[in-house]
Design a protein. Sequence first.
Length: 292
Amino acid sequence: QAELGVNEHHQNEVVSYMRFARFKRGMCLKTVDSCFQDLKDSRLVEETFTVDEVIDMLDGLQSVVHSEVESELINTTYTNVLLLRQLFSQAEKWYLKLQTDVSDLENRELLDQVAEFEKSEYTSSNKKSTADPMKPKLAPLNEGGSELLNKTVAHLQEENEKLKTRLRTIETQATAALDEKSKLEKSLRDLQMIQGDQKNNANQDITELENKVAALKSQFEKTLNDTAANQKFLEEDLVTTKHDLLKVQDQLSTAEKELEKKFQQTAAYRNMKEILTKKNEQIKDLRRRLSK
């Protein structure tokens, strides 16, 4: 924090405005001085004046000075309004609502602090040489914030699309894993039933069938374990992805609802259902063949 209680950048902006105000104040004082000098040069040419003549000269001088000071005060007010307009316009681009406390404008302690700051700044600036003659200009108020805001929105939209794609992929994988687990469990039960039905056959056939069933059972159990681990990982990844997606859904909730509606109508969902139906038919045909 700098001397005025703001950061260095904002204090530099305040110094720039104070220099502008000092210049305008100097111009106003020169105008007032010229009014008095004009009166001296044009009217004070005689050695004696009557009371009426003095009153007339003072009234004329008062009118001129009053007009000049009033004009400068009005111009200063308008200048301050334009300055506030710049600040408010820049704040609105970031969806900020600034507030002012007019009572602080008459706070003598703060006014003395600003006067002391101006005095020290003016003294230090007089000691400096003509260094930094080409001070870089600030970026226009109507470009920097808006451009950054647009980039941020575009980045959020891009991240949202990536999260949606990732969510669809994980949900598809999770659904496929669950279907595969169900099919493997059903196949295992069918093979176990087939094993029980074949116990009355010859010992050689029973031994071969038991060996095959044991091998298949071992393979199925391994596959089930891998599928369960993969399913747990996919479920955890799905939860993490959904949490990340919720951070963006405040800005794009409408698109999310439409996505959920379209997911139920995707071709992949229908194709998976058709494949599951065909697999069930193949298993039924296998059971009939094994029964024969």
